[in-house]
Ligand binder design. Structure first.
Ligand SMILES: N[C@@H](CCC(=O)N[C@@H](CS)C(=O)NCC(=O)O)C(=O)O
Length: 204
């Protein structure tokens, strides 16, 4: 399988990590997101990564890709049957719509803009998104207080959520007031699959 990829993309991190966790061999095709190639645009008219190519089958949207990969290995239970599957969807969608955008906006203003020359950082925007992120982290904290993974067993929801935390340190998002979230992200980041997926990133 081919993955059209950008190392620093949290959306690509979550797909790389799930593929590695499932033992799926990926041929990584690194994409320059500043000059979208006709090849990328033909595969994904949005001009975004990740894109998975499995033979003739082309799929974009990271969470859909991860559901597809997990279904290829049902024995691993990473996209379980209903009703747990509905909870995996719930937390994955919540990350996509609420927690992820708030955290990513902070990372954009405090890390990506300076690192990749993406314009002038707007600290007021970062601070507002940081507040919003804290509100959502307070929702995640009690969920993780009594279970190791967000839906009991390791699932694609943990990978969906976890990628949101990739740039928390350079973004200045401390987790001190969220001990269960801290223990969970430490567990996730200790997985060999996660370490391999993030090996190319140098962030502190
Ligand atoms: N919802 C999409 C988001 C994909 C996305 O925004 N990818 C970014 C990298 S993190 C990208 O390709 N950006 C390039 C652009 O928008 O021009 C997913 O989860 O796969």
């Amino acid at each position: 399988m081919k993955l059209y990829n950008s190392d620093f993309s949290p959306n690509c991190v979550r797909v790389r990590a799930v593929a590695f966790e499932l033992g799926i061999d990926l041929e990584i095709v690194d994409v320059d997101l500043r000059s979208k190639s006709p090849e990328l645009l033909a595969l994904n008219p949005n001009g975004k990564v990740p894109v998975l190519v499995d033979g003739d089958f082309v799929l974009w949207e990271s969470r859909a890709i991860n559901a597809y990969l997990a279904r290829l290995h049902p024995e691993r239970g990473m996209y379980p049957q209903a009703p747990r599957q509905a909870l995996v969807d719930q937390w994955s969608l919540w990350q996509a719509v609420h927690l992820g955008p708030a955290m990513q906006k902070v990372a954009l203003e405090r890390f990506f803009k300076a690192r990749f020359g993406m314009g002038t950082p707007d600290e007021a925007a970062a601070a507002a998104s940081h507040q919003e992120a804290l509100r959502f982290l307070a929702v995640l904290e009690p969920r993780l207080a009594s279970r190791p993974w967000v839906v009991e067993e390791l699932s694609i929801a943990d990978f969906a959520l976890g990628s949101t935390f990739t740039f928390r340190k350079p973004a200045g998002i401390a987790l001190d007031q969220f001990p269960a979230v801290t223990a969970w992200i430490d567990r996730l980041e200790a997985l060999p699959s996660w370490q391999r997926a993030t090996a190319a990133l140098s962030v502190t």
